[in-house]
Design a protein around this ligand. Structure first.
Ligand SMILES: Cc1cc2nc3c(=O)[nH]c(=O)nc-3n(C[C@H](O)[C@H](O)[C@H](O)COP(=O)(O)O)c2cc1C
Length: 366
C-alpha cells in the first residue's frame, strides 16, 4: 500500500469521501427508450465502487424528456425510473462508495426538441429559442429531478453546467443572444444556473451536497471564456455550491473546429508535471478566486505524478477522470498498490459512432 495525498479523506459539504478520486460523469448510453437503466449499468457502477473510487458521478440524467441528448441516455423525469436507479445506488453503497446524480438538459443538443437561449442555425446545430415560461418549467424540472435523485438513494447531485448543454449555452455569449433577463450581461446569462441551484437548494437546505460541472472556457470564438468563468465561480461559490468540477469545451460547432486547438493550448499549465492535465492552467486561476470551495479537475489526467502535483500545488482537491475508469474500474486500487499511471490512451473508441449507444459502454481497445 502506497502512502500519498491521493488517499487522504476529504469532506465535500456534509459528505465525507475516503480518497481524492472522482469518476467524472460518463454516460453508458445503454438505457431503454423510457430512460430506465439496464442491469449491465448497475454492474458497471458496482465495479467502480469495488474499485475504490471515492466519489462516483452517475452519467448524465435528463430532467425532462425534451432535454434528452442521445439514444440510451438515462432519465430522472419519472418515478418509473427510480427502482433501477435505487438498485444502482444500493450496489455502490454496498461497497462503501458515494454517488451523486448528474442532472442535465441538452438544450440545443437535445434529440427530441432542440431549443436553447436563442435560435441557432449552423452546421451541425439547429434549434429554436425557449420562452421564459419554458425556462421556468425547466428550472422546476431540475428541482423535481433532484428530489427523485435523493429518493433513489443518491448522496447528492451535480448540475451539468458544461459542454454546451442548456446551462452552458445560457452562459455562452456566442449562443445566448437574448435581450431579456436571461441574456446580455454575464449576470443575466448566469441567471439560469443560479435559479437551478436555488431550486435544488431550496428543497434540501445544506443537508445535501450540490456540485457543478462548469467550463473554464468554451474554446470557441466569442464563447464563455476564462474571465467570465472566474466571475461565475465567485458567484456560485458565494451562493453556497459545495464543489466545482472544472471542465471545458463541448461546443464543437463545426465552423469553429480550426480555432479550437490553439485556444485549448492556453488552458494548460506551463509546469511540466501538469502537462497532461488539459485545463490545469485555467483551473489554478479559478482556484484563486473560488477559495475555499473545493474544486475537482478533469480531462487528460493519467499519471500519479500529475495527480499528486495537482493536489500538492493546491490546484484542485479531487482528481476526476472518465475514460481511464472505463478501461480500469479498479484503477484506484491499482494506483494504491504501486501502478504509476492509468493505461487509457485516450483513443476515444469508447465514444466513437461505431460503438456509442450501440453497445454497452466498455473500453473497445481491450
Ligand atoms: C463515453 C463518454 C461518456 C461521457 N458522458 C458524460 C456525461 O454523461 N456527462 C459529462 O459531464 N461528461 C461526460 N463525458 C466527459 C467526461 O466526463 C470527461 O469530462 C472527459 O472524458 C475528459 O476526461 P478524461 O480525459 O478523464 O476522459 C463523457 C465522456 C466519455 C468518453
Amino acid at each position: 500500500m502506497q502512502k500519498s495525498v491521493l488517499f487522504e479523506s476529504i469532506k465535500i459539504g456534509p459528505m465525507e469521501l475516503k480518497n481524492r478520486f472522482m469518476r467524472s460523469a460518463t454516460t453508458s448510453a445503454w438505457s431503454d427508450d423510457d430512460g430506465i437503466i439496464r442491469p449491465e449499468i448497475v454492474e458497471l457502477y458496482r465495479k467502480l465502487a469495488e474499485g475504490g473510487v471515492g466519489l462516483i458521478v452517475k452519467g448524465h440524467l435528463y430532467v425532462s424528456k425534451s432535454g434528452k441528448v442521445h439514444v440510451g441516455m438515462a432519465g430522472i423525469d419519472s418515478d418509473s425510473q427510480l427502482p433501477m436507479l435505487k438498485r444502482l445506488t444500493d450496489a455502490v453503497h454496498e461497497h462503501e462508495g458515494k454517488i451523486v446524480a448528474q442532472l442535465n438538459h441538452g438544450g440545443l443538443q437535445s434529440m427530441i426538441d432542440p431549443a436553447g437561449p436563442s435560435e441557432y442555425k449552423g452546421k451541425g446545430w439547429e434549434g429554436r429559442e425557449l420562452s421564459s415560461e419554458e425556462i421556468w418549467g425547466i428550472i422546476e424540472a431540475f428541482g423535481d429531478a433532484a428530489e427523485r435523485a435523493l429518493e433513489a438513494g443518491f448522496d447528492g447531485v451535480q448540475i451539468h453546467g458544461a459542454h454546451g448543454y442548456l446551462i452552458s449555452e445560457f452562459l455562452s455569449p456566442r449562443l445566448n443572444r437574448r435581450s431579456d433577463e436571461w441574456g446580455g450581461s454575464l449576470r443575466n446569462r448566469m441567471r439560469l444556473l443560479i435559479e437551478v441551484y436555488e431550486a435544488i437548494r431550496g428543497r434540501f437546505g445544506k443537508s445535501v451536497p450540490i456540485m457543478l460541472k462548469m467550463n473554464c472556457d468554451d474554446f470557441i470564438p466569442g464563447g464563455f471564456g476564462i474571465e467570465e468563468s472566474m466571475k461565475t465561480a465567485v458567484t456560485i461559490c458565494r451562493q453556497g455550491i459545495d464543489l466545482i468540477e472544472i471542465s471545458g469545451g463541448g461546443l464543437g460547432l463545426p465552423d469553429d473546429l480550426k480555432h479550437m486547438r490553439g485556444m485549448r493550448g492556453l488552458a494548460r499549465s506551463t509546469d511540466p508535471a501538469l502537462k497532461e492535465a488539459s485545463y490545469a492552467g485555467y483551473a489554478s486561476r479559478i482556484r484563486e478566486v473560488a477559495k475555499p470551495t473545493p474544486l475537482a479537475l478533469v480531462n487528460g489526467i493519467r499519471s500519479r505524478i500529475c495527480m499528486e502535483s495537482i493536489l500538492k500545488r493546491g490546484i484542485a482537491d479531487l482528481i476526476s477522470m472518465s475514460r481511464p475508469f472505463i478501461k480500469e474500474p479498479d484503477l484506484v486500487k491499482k494506483l494504491q498498490s504501486g501502478q504509476d499511471k492509468a493505461t487509457c490512451t485516450s483513443c476515444n473508441l469508447c465514444e466513437s459512432e461505431a460503438f456509442f449507444s450501440k453497445t454497452m459502454l466498455r473500453c473497445q481497445s481491450l
